[in-house]
Design a protein around this ligand. Structure first.
Ligand code: TYD
Length: 216
């Protein structure tokens, strides 16, 4: 497997309710069924401290934080997650499947809320030393569909971002598509309106093509 010596780092990105968490779980289950060493994780979150930060970030009022504080909290959560979980797993030669990562900060805080992209990049490089995901799946769909799905999930209290208006989410969609275009070497854009089984098949096929020994 390409990069096998350093593990394989797979991320999922997309707007609200696009189905990426389900796809990350399905991919994890498939990799486990192949007897791979794999860790399923998410951002913000993935460690005890980062899950605490997640609660501050995602529950409550849209204006709880100014965007710089918000960005630094996402990055603090990422740093703890990187050093305690992602990096050790990759160093072991295992696979990390992560639901959201730095590209979400670039899109939400950087492009859509106007936080300095230069600052976001610099702190990211300080944390990871220039390591990026090996493959990123972007599940793309119109925001109205995703937001409705996300808000109607029973018991979902993490709705601070869902409360932003629709033009914000349209900007998020466009920014993700642009980022995918800029980093086409690691991105695959998938239509989020396909059935979950069809999306899963596309992801499996893509991984087997790019990393042929993944299914061995
Ligand atoms: P997530 O739990 O993936 O929510 P959903 O499944 O509803 O898409 O992500 C939570 C929210 O956090 C989401 O609105 C995007 C936002 N977010 C950022 O703004 N910046 C970041 O760096 C990350 C990781 C997430």
């Amino acid at each position: 497997m390409q990069n096998r010596r350093h593990g394989l780092f797979i991320t999922f990105e997309g707007g609200e309710g696009c189905g990426k968490s389900l796809q990350a779980r399905m991919l994890f289950d498939w990799l486990v069924s192949l007897n791979k060493e794999v860790v399923l994780t998410r951002e913000p979150g993935g460690t005890e401290l980062s899950e605490e930060i997640r609660k501050w970030l995602l529950v409550g009022n849209i204006n709880s934080w100014d965007q710089t504080t918000e960005s630094l909290l996402f990055l603090a959560a990422r740093s703890d997650h990187w050093f305690k979980k992602i990096l050790p797993t990759l160093t072991d030669g295992s696979i990390v499947v992560c639901d959201r990562f730095q590209d979400s900060s670039v899109v939400y805080q950087g492009v859509c809320k106007g936080v300095s992209l230069d600052m976001l990049d610099k702190i990211y490089l300080e944390i990871t030393g220039d390591r990026y995901p090996d493959r990123t799946y972007l599940l793309d769909m119109p925001p109205e569909v995703g937001i409705q799905r996300s808000i109607s999930r029973s018991g979902n209290s993490e709705t601070r971002f869902e409360k932003m208006d629709i033009s914000f989410h349209e900007k998020v969609r466009k920014a993700f598509l642009e980022l995918a275009d800029q980093h086409s070497e690691r991105y695959l854009v998938i239509d989020g309106n396909l059935s979950f089984a069809e999306i899963h098949e596309k992801i499996k096929k893509d991984l087997m093509q790019r990393f042929p020994d993944i299914s061995l």
